[in-house]
Design a protein around this ligand. Structure first.
Ligand code: L14
Length: 341
């Protein structure tokens, strides 16, 4: 029989944590024992896993004794502090925060793109899960990069509120309801109203005028595609959508490629579904991608303003492939190829 693992989910009560538990169950991850960890505030709550009620425990330095795989989505500060603690106990951490992604000793992995990088987990006992917007973009870009080389990418995102967490999902819902009832909407999470609005602002602003989310897309894409020569510029926008990020991706390639060739490449790419039939009004949409694990690509067309350019519309569920599914896929490869003997 295949080996089973002691697994912990840190940040278990959050939107991504909940989805991680569901993914472990759906994908029949070889779990021996599942430990659910969160802040003291949620201690005593119970969450369902494989038909059982699992109590949520407080995340402390002592939480990782005997734990072999720790899947974290508890925020950057918590990961910064507790991932090394877990690693010292021999627990391999798959971390969904931005804390470790750009650490040169920490692999940053999208299983469809660079699964080989997982081997570097031995450096620090930590594997980083990329940013949601980066993941879906590189799933679509990798096959093109391999075929003809990518010179430059210009991306604009249309990001769902669920990335910020449960409180932001409630905020969009409550503000929408308030406005429809002619009540003054309240703002708690975002600096401006998100209902019936678009905010060109995700994560914090940096010195260079970009947001941290935009710069994550630049640096993480280069690291995952293992090519620092790719030029990337991003504008990340919050839109009043609950689940799934959409992205307009303009790609300038090193060698020419036709939209038809891109379509064939992407139809054969792992984790990608091409939805592209404008004559039938068919293109990827957030509401269709929600609840699925694929990255959907459509509107594949030539950028007629350059010699070799392609435009794509890329949509994926930010909580699933953008976070929980990708983390659990990494854990699957880790368990199967590195921790089983
Ligand atoms: O993982 O949508 O770097 O507000 C931080 C911002 C996740 C999404 C990350 C958002 C992101 C989050």
């Amino acid at each position: 029989m295949a080996r089973l693992f002691n697994v912990a989910v840190a940040g278990a009560t959050g939107a991504v944590g909940n989805q991680m538990i569901a993914c472990l169950e759906e994908r029949a991850f070889p779990v021996k024992n599942l430990k659910l960890l969160a802040t003291a505030r949620t201690k005593g709550r119970k969450l369902r896993f494989m038909g059982e009620e699992v109590p949520v425990e407080e995340l402390t330095e002592a939480s990782f004794k005997g734990v072999e795989i720790g899947i974290f989505s508890a925020g950057g500060g918590t990961s910064q502090k507790f991932a090394p603690v877990a690693a010292r106990e021999g627990c391999v951490v798959v971390d969904n925060s931005s804390a470790w992604r750009m650490d040169p000793d920490v692999p940053l992995v999208v299983p469809e793109v660079n699964p080989h990088a997982i081997a570097k987990y031995t450096n620090k006992g930590i594997i980083a899960n990329p940013n949601c917007s980066t993941i879906q973009m590189v799933v679509a870009l990798a096959p093109i990069h391999r075929e003809v080389g990518i010179k430059r990418v210009v991306v604009s995102t249309y990001q769902a509120v669920s990335g910020t967490g449960k409180k932001a999902i409630d905020e969009l819902y409550d503000q929408t309801k308030a406005i429809m009832n002619s009540v003054e909407p309240e703002k708690k999470v975002y600096p401006h109203r998100i209902a019936f609005n678009c905010l060109p602002h995700i994560d914090v602003f940096l010195e260079n005028g970009y947001t941290k989310e935009e710069m994550k897309m630049v640096h993480e894409t280069r690291k995952i595609l293992e090519d620092d020569s790719i030029g990337i510029t991003a504008t990340t926008v919050r839109v009043p959508v609950f689940f799934s990020h959409s992205e307009s991706v303009n790609v300038e390639t090193r060698r020419p490629i036709t939209p038809e060739e891109v379509r064939v490449l992407l139809e054969n790419a792992p984790g990608v579904k091409v939805v592209d039939d404008p004559s039938e009004n068919l293109y990827p949409m957030a509401i269709d991608a929600a609840g699925k694990d694929d990255t959907f690509v459509g509107r594949i067309r030539r950028d007629e303003s350059v010699a070799s350019g392609i435009n794509l519309w890329v949509v994926s569920d930010n909580i699933r492939k953008g976070a929980a599914t990708n983390a659990v896929q990494i854990a699957e490869i880790l368990a199967r190829d590195y921790l089983s003997d």
